[in-house]
Write a protein of this length. Sequence first.
Length: 327
Amino acid sequence: MKSIRKIAQSVLILSILFSLSGCIYNISLLPKIGPLRETVVSGKGVNKIALIDISGFISEEKPTGLIDRPDMVARLKEELTAAAKDEKVKAILLRVNSPGGTITASDLIYHEVLQFKKKTGKKVIVSILDLGTSGAYYIAMAADQVIAHPTSVIGSIGVIMIHVNFEGLMEKVGVSAEAIKSGPLKDMGSPVKPLSSESRSVIQGVIDNMYERFLTVIVENRKNLSADQIRKLADGRVYTASQALESGLVDQIGYLQEAIQVAQSKAGISEAKVILYHRGEGTKNNIYSQVLQQKTPFSSWGINPKQLLPKQLLQGGSPQFLYLWMP
């Protein structure tokens, strides 16, 4: 906070000086985002395996902070584009550690991975670490092979929308709210009143539709499972790595190094350098190095509370449909 205060004071002083001198300058004292860089973190040889992270809450919202960073969807698109242009990159290894996130962001990343495979013919392998649930599992369906770490938690296939009702609290403090609306369902999901049976029915219909889309994605990509089997597995529960393997939700259990070997095998190469794309923040010297993440009290779950409760779920009473494991 002290450094931010000093920067703000410096900007204010410079602004006053420039205005007094009649000069106009375009000066930014805040750090700017740098170009995409490539670092070798493991292996050797001419060929490359690009290691790309899908970590934390999956969203199109840009990370907060002084440095202007792209959102997760934009970053992944940029890294896939770099990998597509590099003929030495023979395969992609998606390192997944996420509880899921918004439906649209999950679907966009899934679509971009499929398009990458279609345009380049390069293989994509998913390695699930702690979490590969809901939207993260949805994305994993675009891979040629899904490998779970022995201690991974997988599944939570489904859709959730949190509805918060502040009506009782508002009555206690003497506050009321009234919506002036064009139709009876215009304010459905409002946090200042309970859900009516009609509103609940409409919202449930949206959730059911999005759920069917999730099931269709799994049916299209898990050829070892029938639609009926998938529907039985997709009741929202989570699975351990061994349970997921037994049920057919993943292809293999193994460590990250084994996932790299699978990527090499799928690409038809005997050795490769494993590379990370990044923007120069910090040291990245092994396969467990990650791109810079926003640190929050919930960072072990990959959830930013600013993204979930105050801003997205309560702002303006706007409900949000999520592919997210949120116990």
